[in-house]
Design a protein around this ligand. Structure first.
Ligand SMILES: Nc1ncnc2c1ncn2[C@@H]1O[C@H](COP(=O)(O)OP(=O)(O)OP(=O)(O)O)[C@@H](O)[C@H]1O
Ligand SMILES: N[C@@H](CCO)C(=O)O
Length: 291
């Protein structure tokens, strides 16, 4: 029996749509795996009532298939599904890391990323690497079709999850099909600033680089109160605010000393719109751990 803790993640970070991701120190999924003749899945914890236990419909089933590694898999969800915090990816990442070890398959962490992404294809129709990469490798990741570049980074973050459900599938349907050249120029500048900020552990530069005028405004319409929460976080000292993954979580980068105030301000701003929310005071953390 193996136990794996795989962290929640935040993909996109504004300027890095479908490319950037960070591992969060908390929350996380905890997955227990044991060799078996066939794949069985039990799910408990946050939002478990909405998560299928059928191996053909759960992200971990696709990973077990890809690794030819049947197992009894118990998932304790720390990350609510359809949250924008890489819920489905955290389970897939934990299964990939755990089954690789349980069956001694010998893949490196980077090689496990496309295997875990097969789980993401089950739920969103596309195999994105931008959540599974940081959940497996930790830190800040740049996932492209050439592979994954990983940097250990230390940036304080606030992730505020409203009681709204936005599925990745729905959020992808509102992504514009085209962008103007001036928006492309701005995005390149922001993505470069963010990447440099991650190398320097600089929350100002990371926050500046989270600005995005292409995908985020289209998706913000799916999140009641997004603009108010963003404004509130910025006025409380956040260096940058954007939608986490496909939403509805709103994520803010900040200096350590402002984190608590930003967290309560974001909760209040959702509350003023009549939207219940919960908040995680977190930071960029490590990848999946095996116990
Ligand atoms: N192991 C799993 N954990 C969580 N959700 C799962 C799992 N397996 C299948 N699902 C399904 O995946 C869907 C949630 O995935 P989705 O990609 O929409 O959200 P997310 O992973 O929280 O967000 P994002 O990818 O935007 O960060 C739900 O329909 C859920 O039932
Ligand atoms: N990059 C993906 C992350 C969610 O899987 C998106 O924003 O749609």
């Amino acid at each position: 029996m193996l136990t794996v803790r795989a962290p929640a993640t935040s993909a996109n970070l504004g300027s890095g749509f479908d490319v950037f991701g960070v591992a969060l120190e908390r929350p996380a999924d905890v997955v227990r795996l044991e060799k078996a003749d066939r794949v069985t899945i039990d799910v408990t914890g946050a939002g478990s009532q909405y998560i299928p236990e059928d191996p053909d419909k759960n992200t971990v089933g696709a990973v077990a298939d890809a690794l030819d590694a049947p197992a009894r898999i118990q998932i304790d969800k720390g990350v609510r599904p359809a949250s924008g915090l890489g819920s489905s990816a955290a389970s897939a990442a934990a299964a990939a890391v755990g089954l690789n070890e349980l069956y001694d398959r010998g893949y490196t962490r980077e090689e496990l990323v496309p295997i875990a992404a097969k789980g993401e294809a089950v739920v969103s129709g596309d195999a994105h690497d931008d959540n599974v990469a940081p959940s497996i490798m930790g830190g800040f990741t740049i996932a492209t079709d050439k592979g994954v570049t990983q940097v250990d980074a230390d940036i304080p973050l606030v992730a505020c999850l409203p009681d709204i459900v936005v599925s990745t599938r729905d959020a992808r349907n509102v992504v514009p099909e085209t962008a103007r050249v001036d928006q492309m120029v701005e995005t390149v500048g922001n993505a470069a600033a963010l990447t440099t900020g991650m190398h320097r552990d600089d929350p100002e530069l990371v926050g500046q680089g989270m600005h995005d005028t292409v995908v985020t405004p289209a998706r913000a319409k799916l999140i009641d109160g997004y603009e108010q929460v963003r404004e509130a976080a910025l006025s409380a000292g956040a260096t940058g605010v954007t939608i986490s993954g496909a939403g509805p979580t709103v994520i803010a980068a900040c200096a350590e000393e402002d984190r608590r105030k930003i967290a309560s301000t974001m909760l209040d701003a959702f509350g003023e719109r009549g939207v219940d929310a919960r908040v995680y005071q977190t930071r960029i953390g490590g990848g999946a751990e095996v116990f």
